[in-house]
Design a protein around this ligand. Structure first.
Ligand SMILES: [Zn+2]
Length: 81
């Protein structure tokens, strides 16, 4: 009984993660390369975080604005602007 309950909880957690992982494409403000960013909206998204460009390794400041029930709005800018 106990193991069955744990298994059911685990499956529910996996489904929640699958629903909330979203890939967005952001353009590097330095070299213009397109980077794919994986956004996990199952956790409270940080409003702003820094991610290095895959091509030129420059720090991109990525801002996420998520409204419940709507697509998250992702913007990217240079670190020192
Ligand atoms: Zn770049």
């Amino acid at each position: 009984m106990l193991s069955f309950g744990v298994e059911a909880l685990f499956i529910n957690a996996m489904e929640a993660v699958m629903e909330c992982m979203k890939t967005v494409t952001v353009q590097c403000p330095y070299c213009g390369a397109l980077n794919e960013e994986l956004i996990d909206c199952s956790v409270e998204p940080p409003e702003e975080y820094v991610e290095d460009c895959e091509i030129c390794c420059s720090p991109m400041v990525i801002t996420i604005r998520s409204v419940e029930g709507e697509e998250p709005v992702v913007t990217v800018r240079r670190e020192n602007e």
